[in-house]
Write a protein that binds this ligand. Structure first.
Ligand code: GLC
Length: 438
């Protein structure tokens, strides 16, 4: 049968036109909305020590919730500061660093800034805001007058001691290295403790940090960052090395300290095996936690010095900068601003027991209620012994670490080691033609 080709009626045309209109409208709307719906958030990458990631994760999540267009990809790194520094250094040397936010130890800033790896943040933060931080932490973020790092935590070496054992024995807290040695020998003899004093003697950055405290405690100095004068072979420095060697020779410190970093010494102290420990504030929360053998039995003091000297605690600490190669500096700054705000830090400190970089938080009511030792900690961080802020710091520290290790393990005498360390440091700094101050 043949189909009859009848012309379309206007009433049949209308639904088709309407359908076409609807399809076009949907297409236009999709074109407009889809990009917004499928827009990927900017991803910032940040490398941190594993223990820092655990502490910071909740606050990073909080930032992401408030800023859904930004994601922070946290990459877990090793514990040792040197190992993290190596990871950053090789990434920067290769060119396109995968990291946007750089978590910097206070001693890396001159090197990273001099190499042009991190951005100048000077104009991003008003001086008034900056003045709320511990001055040493801010200074540690500067290089040649410009600011490259915003401090998110302070750190200072301190003396942990067994309050319970000292109190039972009716012995006051030592104020000098010499008193500590006597107390240790005395209580070790009585069988009150296996070891007297634990310190970090492994060949790594931690040994340099520990040594500046003993060095300044004996009235010595490492290197002057202005004049490049080197003090490592001065009698005070040799005495400082001899003091540490003697703690091993006399059985106050275990021979193993020559291979111990922060964690090994913390674990030994936490097991209840020693009277005194030199370490950073992160130990407090762990050593006083449930399950620790020394919970409720310890207290802290500022670092000791030799009789008649003042000494000081080594200023450590971490802060954030932005990689020169980051493609998202504005988003990175937004994250840094949020994570280093006083409010975030207050919550962070209450949660972790780490040391603030804001002065006000050391005496904040809520913080002190939880950590009664914080006002004292403020005095510690305000009286620091500094590792010299040199652009060549990594090499200078490497020289010191090698010779300290030789001295501690008996391969060299204190004098031989320090003479060699001083001479290599002079060669290093001499090749950088810094004018001598007159
Ligand atoms: C801590 C300090 C840091 C130091 C390191 C040494 O992390 O904050 O400044 O370099 O210990 O191990």
């Amino acid at each position: 049968m043949q189909e009859i080709n009848s012309p379309q009626q206007p009433s049949q045309k209308r639904p088709r036109l309407l359908a076409l209109f609807a399809v076009t409208l949907v297409a236009i709307l999709l074109l407009l909305i889809l990009p917004a719906l499928t827009k990927q958030p900017v991803v910032l990458t940040m490398l941190m020590q594993a223990q820092d990631i655990t502490n910071w994760k909740p606050f990073v999540k909080e930032f992401e919730q408030k800023n859904p267009d930004i994601r922070i990809n946290l990459i877990e790194g090793p514990f040792d500061t040197n190992l993290i520094e190596n990871l950053y250094t090789s990434a920067f040397l290769l060119g396109e660093s995968p990291y946007d936010i750089i978590n910097m130890d206070i001693v890396w800033v001159p090197k990273f800034a001099a190499a042009g790896w991190v951005r100048d943040l000077t104009d991003r933060i008003p001086p008034k805001q900056l003045s709320k931080f511990i001055p040493g932490n801010v200074e540690g973020g500067r290089y040649r007058g410009k600011l490259y790092r915003i401090p998110h935590a302070s750190d200072a070496g301190m003396l942990y001691y067994r309050k319970d054992i000292l109190e039972q024995a009716g012995i006051p807290v030592p104020k000098t290295f010499e008193e500590m040695v006597k107390i240790s020998q005395n209580l070790q003899k009585q069988g009150k403790a296996t070891w007297g004093y634990l310190w970090q003697g492994k060949q790594y950055e931690g040994v340099s940090a520990m040594f500046v405290e003993v060095l300044s405690g004996f009235g010595g100095f490492w290197a002057n960052p202005q004049t490049f004068e080197v003090g490592l072979d001065k009698p005070e420095a040799i005495k400082a090395v001899e003091f540490l060697k003697n703690t091993i020779a006399s059985g106050i410190s275990p021979p193993g300290v020559t291979t111990y970093g922060e964690e090994e010494t913390r674990l030994l102290f936490q097991n209840g095996k020693a009277l005194f420990l030199r370490n950073w504030p992160y130990v407090w929360k762990l050593a006083t936690a449930e399950g620790s053998n020394v919970r409720g039995k310890i207290a802290i003091e500022p670092m000791l010095s030799s009789t008649g000297q003042t000494g000081g605690s080594c200023l450590g600490g971490w802060g954030w900068g932005i990689a020169k190669t980051s493609k998202h500096p504005e988003q990175a700054w937004k994250a840094i601003k949020y994570l280093t705000s006083e409010e975030t830090q207050r919550k962070f400190i209450l949660e972790t027991g780490l040391v603030p970089s804001y002065k006000s938080l050391f005496t904040n009511k809520e913080v002190v209620a939880k950590y009664p030792h914080y006002p004292q900690l403020l005095k510690v961080v305000e009286r620091p012994a500094l590792r010299p802020p040199l652009a060549q710091y990594a090499q200078a520290s490497d020289i010191l670490q090698r010779y300290l290790s030789s001295a501690f393990t008996g391969r060299m005498s204190a004098e031989e080691a320090m003479k060699a360390a001083a001479s290599e440091t002079r060669n290093l700094l001499g090749s950088f033609k810094q004018p001598k101050a007159s």
